[in-house]
Design a protein around this ligand. Structure first.
Ligand code: SF4
Ligand code: SF4
Length: 296
């Protein structure tokens, strides 16, 4: 099988970028990618993909309207999985003709928003570079992408990290870089890491027992998702259009006071099937976000 055909199929499926990470070297040695090894990605090759979700910096229309970040307005995670499932079916049918083993469903596993650390894997194969804002920046769609990966049961020539101009996006930014200047809480350290205990997005996802007052003071009109560092990033100035996705539709803004009146079951129903329909984003987390945003 040709790596070009695999990548081409992924691009045809609507991913903005796709690369191959080789995890087995000729002769049976492991490539030693630490992230893959730690998570026992026992597979010769990994197809790593980026699905674009576009950008929207429209401010909330009213004081009680709270924003849902563009990446969560549709269930792009599920959409990426759906597209990879279709690719896996195609690959099983096509390459299963060459070798029975390649037709087996169990060899094609999908990782998206999972415990497997997709960012180091994406950086290792040049899907993008790790930006100072802690996100993978792709040449085609900046950091406005959902990362997803598919294991492949056959060895392929791997792609390497980005180098040259594409590998040095952050080095070209001024001091402080726009992402750091835009971060409302000073969470971007500048060395490629985020101080999670200062990051609005981290708390909005339900982390932390309580939100420190200095973070709450900078929360803004956010129901879910902080994108200030992405909105400011020079690599996101020409975002590619969002991939078509009809699942898990949420409005860009929701009235916080109305949501607070809902009992748990109704609140959950509002987000069912959406990107916020996750075990760790409970009604209590949503209410916490709303109360901070409305300062009540
Ligand atoms: S998500 Fe928000 S708070 Fe977190 S690093 Fe980016 S701008 Fe700062
Ligand atoms: S604004 Fe500049 S330094 Fe910050 S993530 Fe984007 S490219 Fe990197």
């Amino acid at each position: 099988m040709e790596k070009g055909a695999i990548i081409g199929a992924a691009l045809e499926a609507g991913f903005a970028r796709a690369r191959v990470l080789a995890l087995a070297l000729p002769g049976g040695e492991e490539s030693g990618n630490a992230a893959a090894a730690n998570h026992r990605l026992d597979t010769p090759s990994l197809l790593v993909t980026a699905l674009p979700y576009g950008q929207d910096t429209t401010p909330p229309p009213g004081a009680r309207d709270l924003a849902i970040a563009p990446f969560a307005r549709r269930n792009y995670y599920r959409e990426a999985v759906r597209r990879l499932q279709k690719l896996a079916r195609d690959f099983r049918e096509l390459y299963g003709r060459e070798k029975d083993e390649y037709a087996l469903k169990r060899h094609y596993r999908i990782f998206c928003n999972s415990p497997v650390p997709e960012k180091p894997l994406a950086a290792a194969c040049g899907l993008g570079v790790m930006g100072r804002n802690g996100l993978i920046i792709t040449p085609e769609a900046g950091s406005l992408v959902i990362l997803a990966a598919l294991t492949l049961p056959f060895p392929l020539e791997g792609d390497g990290p980005l180098d040259g101009e594409d590998g040095a996006y952050c080095e070209k930014c001024g001091v402080p870089p726009p992402c750091m200047a835009a971060c409302p809480t000073g969470a971007i350290r500048g060395d490629g890491y985020i101080s999670l205990e200062k990051c609005v997005q981290w708390y909005a996802s339900g982390n932390g027992e309580s939100v420190p007052p200095e973070v709450a003071a900078k929360w803004g009109q956010r129901l879910y998702g902080c994108t200030a560092c992405q909105d400011a990033c020079v690599r996101n100035r020409r975002p590619v259009p969002a991939a078509a996705c009809s699942g898990g539709l949420l409005p860009p803004f929701m009235n916080g006071e109305e949501l607070l009146k809902l009992p748990d079951n109704e609140l959950k129903a509002r987000f069912r099937g959406s990107a916020l329909d996750l075990s760790w984003i409970s009604p209590a987390v949503i209410r916490r976000n709303i109360r901070i945003a409305l300062n009540i």
